[in-house]
Structures are given as structure tokens and as C-alpha cells.
Design a protein around this ligand. Structure first.
Ligand code: FES
Length: 371
């Protein structure tokens, strides 16, 4: 379809039924008879819902046959309907590609967020045999097949994509040394991980207890790496997954120890920690966030640590988003002017136009967004 024809079709669909595709308007009705049908993306049937620990659940899904599979370490965007609203969040796959090939199923493992809307609902709101919508697999946190040793560092539910990667390495007959440092107060999938370790003599896993080792300050991480990543792991690749502060500490320590950035792979997990916004150079007491398309404007007072996504939602807007954690990029939006701070890295942008991720950006100056 040519671009102009597609645009015209989209415009007519919007004018007639407030959707880019007419099929999307009829989707809820059709799905009440054919729950596996969708106009966009993919549908998956829920095969199992299980609890891994007090606050962690796993969903086993069978995606429809048009779904293309995944690489170990990737995630999907899952869309569910709660009280009539479609809500999308991204979740990592904890099962292996081989399991998908053998059974046609994938397992998502999810920690319930205290303040969350979607994650606490999943275990009770979904039923076996029901259907959810999902995206193709996405993400670049995947194992590099480069024949070097690998050190995996996981914390808490950050083990999820790493479990998939380790299973895949076992399935692929990895011959180089593989080390796992798994840090947490309770260790998910302990028996599954132990079975993987037993399957390969070159695999060695350590389960480290947060209560004994303390949290992820620089000294703790430094000690862990010295203690648990010995010389046999000459020039390994590092794969890190966990909370933002743990990743930041580990990454910095590795770089300070001379590890080249190409060897460090990571994925932030959970809701990122908001940093205190830097004081504006102009000394403004408050900042204004303006939304050019809706003509809305919000004043952000000093001490307000909301992200641009939260500010937009507070103003009654409904920007597209997924993970709310800086992973899926669904919330990317054009900033027309003003500086923002990335709450994962602390980096402050310049004042020019660029794409920003709303869920991990806070305004430093007056900011204008194309929303
Ligand atoms: S919502 Fe996923 S990166 Fe912002």
C-alpha cells in the first residue's frame, strides 16, 4: 500500500471509528467469539499460572502460530484488559528457546509491584485457558556467540532473562567457563539453576545472600567480583540484570578494572530509581512542562520527582508506554526543547530537539514535548 493511500485509510478509520484500522474497532466483539483472533500483534493462550515465591508469579503462554519465537534474554510486551482499559507491560521470558521449539510455550516470570496496577492483577485476574495479547520478542540483551567465557550477575527477579540464557547455553553445549553470581534474599528457580549447573562441568553458580553480603554498594560489588570471578575467566563477557543501582555499580567497577564496554551487557529491571533532579542553571524555582499538541502545560515544583510520563498522565494525557522502566522504548516521544535528566544514568540532555523516553526522564528546565 502506498504511503498516501495508507495515510488516507488511517484517517478515514480514525474519523469513522477512532482507530487506525477499522478491524481494531470490531476487535473486542470478534474476540468474544474468537479469543485467539487479533488485528495487530499476536494472541497467546494461558496454559499455566504458578507462584514462584510470595510476590513472584510465572505465566506459561502458548503464542499463536504466527509468533516468530525469541532469543534467550529477550522480553515481550504483554497486553491485558483491566476494567475495560488495555494496559501493556513488558516482561522477560524465563524459559529457553528450546522449550519453545519443543512445546510451543514460553514462560514469563513477573514480580508483583507494590503500587502496580497490572502485576498484582495477573495472578488473580487471568485464568487458565484465557487469552492475552503479546508483541514479537524484543530486546538486545542476548548472549553473544563469540567463544569467550561468560560471567552472569543477577539480582532478585533479574535472574529471569539470565535463566533463559543459561538454559540456552546448556542446550547449545557451551564449552567455555560460565559463572553465575546470583544475589538476593530468596533465590528464584534454585532447583532449576542447580540442575543446569550439574549438567555442565564448566558451569559454576553461586547463590549470594543479601542479608549476609549487604546491598549493592561499591565495596560489596568490588569484593564479590574479586572473590567470584577468578583468573580462569580471562576476558569474559559480563551479563548483568537487576536493579539500576546494582547495574550502575557493577558496570562502573568493571570499567574501572579495565573491562572494555563492549564486554559489558546489561538490562535494567524493575522500576528505575528516581534521582533528584539537578538544579536548573537559571535558578528557576519551578519548571514548566508544555505539551504542544494538546496545548496543556504543567508546573513542576522543586522536589517533584515525577517522570515526564507521570507528569503527562497527571495532566490527563495517555502517552503510549509499556514497561515504565526504560526498557521497551514504547514511550519514546519527541522533545522539542528544554533539558531532561535520564534517571537511570543521571545524564542531562542538551536543550535541543530529540527523542526522549518519557518513563525515565525528568525535566531539568522548562521542557516542551510533542504530545
Ligand atoms: S515505557 Fe518502556 S521504555 Fe518507557
Amino acid at each position: 500500500m502506498s504511503l498516501s493511500l495508507r495515510k488516507t485509510t488511517e484517517w478515514m478509520s480514525f474519523a469513522l471509528c477512532n482507530h487506525k484500522q477499522v478491524g481494531a474497532f470490531f476487535e473486542p466483539l470478534i474476540q468474544s467469539y474468537l479469543p485467539g483472533w487479533t488485528v495487530n500483534g499476536f494472541r497467546a493462550q494461558i496454559k499455566d499460572i504458578g507462584r514462584e515465591s510470595g510476590s513472584v508469579v510465572s505465566l506459561t503462554l502458548r503464542p499463536d502460530q504466527s509468533w516468530q519465537g525469541f532469543q534467550a534474554g529477550q522480553y515481550i510486551n504483554l497486553t491485558v484488559e483491566i476494567n475495560g482499559a488495555k494496559l501493556t507491560r513488558c516482561f522477560s521470558i524465563s524459559s529457553s528457546p528450546e522449550t519453545y521449539r519443543m512445546t510451543g510455550t514460553v514462560r514469563l516470570t513477573i514480580r508483583e509491584q507494590d503500587q502496580g496496577v497490572v502485576t498484582p492483577w495477573l495472578a488473580t485476574g487471568l485464568k487458565k485457558g484465557g487469552y492475552v495479547s503479546l508483541s514479537a520478542a524484543c530486546g538486545e540483551f542476548v548472549v553473544q556467540r563469540n567463544g569467550v567465557p561468560k560471567v552472569f550477575i543477577a539480582a532478585g527477579v533479574g535472574i529471569t532473562p539470565i535463566l533463559s540464557m543459561l538454559s540456552d547455553l546448556v542446550d547449545q553445549g557451551e564449552s567455555k567457563p560460565v559463572k553465575l553470581l546470583y544475589y538476593g534474599s530468596d533465590h528464584l528457580f534454585r532447583s532449576e539453576l542447580s540442575a543446569l549447573e550439574s549438567a555442565k562441568s564448566n558451569f559454576s553458580f553461586d547463590f549470594l545472600n543479601t542479608r549476609e553480603s549487604g546491598y549493592f554498594d561499591r565495596e560489596t560489588v568490588q569484593r564479590l567480583l574479586e572473590q567470584y570471578a577468578p583468573e580462569q575467566f580471562e576476558k569474559p563477557d559480563y551479563y548483568i540484570c537487576g536493579p539500576g543501582e546494582m547495574i550502575t555499580s557493577v558496570e562502573q567497577i568493571l570499567k574501572d578494572s579495565g573491562v572494555s564496554p563492549e564486554r559489558i551487557h546489561f538490562e535494567f529491571f524493575g522500576v528505575p530509581r528516581a534521582l533528584d533532579v539537578q538544579v536548573s542553571e537559571s535558578g528557576q524555582a519551578s519548571r514548566a512542562v508544555a505539551f504542544s499538541q494538546t496545548q496543556a502545560e504543567v508546573s513542576v515544583e522543586p522536589g517533584d520527582r515525577r517522570t515526564l510520563l507521570e507528569i503527562a498522565e497527571g495532566a490527563g494525557l495517555n502517552p503510549v508506554h509499556g514497561c515504565r522502566a526504560g526498557v521497551c522504548h514504547q514511550c519514546s516521544c519527541r522533545k522539542l526543547g528544554g533539558r531532561v535528566q535520564n534517571i537511570l544514568t543521571g545524564q542531562v540532555s542538551d536543550g535541543g530537539a530529540e527523542l526522549v523516553q518519557l518513563c525515565i526522564s525528568q525535566p531539568v528546565d522548562d521542557v516542551e514535548l510533542a504530545l
